[in-house]
Design a protein around this ligand. Structure first.
Ligand code: ADP
Length: 186
């Protein structure tokens, strides 16, 4: 599914984010920045050790206590097609989604796009942050993700493309529903 908004487009697709050819892909990292399971593990496996080395340097220099939830940092893309990986930390929901989780998830998307712009990146691919091990409800997470991307595009007028690369058909359907709903409200 594709949706044009100002000078940018939002694309929803089913796929594996480690295969994407956008300038940057976003990693649903954890605050240690030391790698983990799910999409985080897949990105480090395919991208190679240079990503983890840079994460370690950033952790030591800038975030000795760990990267706070909702914040984002950027590293090389290593052996990936994408030149950069933007690492962000979504909230741990345990199934609940109050204003707090919503705001933190919004921040994770928005701050990732801010870092993209600061690095002159115009095409970015996201996974569905916090909807795996962190267990945020997908319908709500999808609305928040799409709203953050649309807000950023409208406010900054910089990006060319924001791609949501959804791992399963079920998650893709939920993002499509959420996007249709948002389009109807605009
Ligand atoms: P979190 O800890 O933020 O919940 P997970 O990696 O556990 O992160 O899951 C986030 C989402 O990423 C889930 O929807 C999961 O299905 C999806 N995912 C896992 N591997 C990949 C991949 N290679 N490409 C895209 N999405 C993936």
């Amino acid at each position: 599914m594709k949706y044009k908004i100002d000078n940018a487009e939002i694309i929803l697709k089913i796929g594996d984010i480690t295969e994407e050819d956008t300038e940057a892909i976003v990693n649903a990292a954890n605050s240690t920045l030391m790698g983990g399971g799910g999409v985080d593990g897949a990105i480090h496996r395919k991208g190679g050790p240079s990503i983890l080395e840079e994460c370690k340097r950033i952790r030591e220099k800038e975030y000795p206590e760990g990267l706070p939830t909702g914040e984002a940092v950027i590293t090389t893309g290593g052996n990936l097609k994408a030149k950069y990986v933007i690492h962000t930390v979504g909230p741990v929901c345990h199934g609940k989604f109050t204003q707090r989780e919503k705001q933190l998830l919004y921040n994770a998307y928005y701050n990732s796009l801010k870092i993209a712009k600061e690095n002159k990146i115009k095409t970015v691919a996201f996974p569905s942050i916090s909807t795996g091990a962190y267990r945020c409800p997908v319908e709500e997470a999808a609305k928040t993700a799409l709203k953050a991307a649309i807000d950023f595009i409208k406010t900054e007028n910089y990006l060319q493309q924001v791609r949501f690369v959804l791992f399963t058909e079920d998650i893709y359907e939920k993002y499509s529903e959420a996007l249709k709903e948002i389009i109807n409200e605009i």
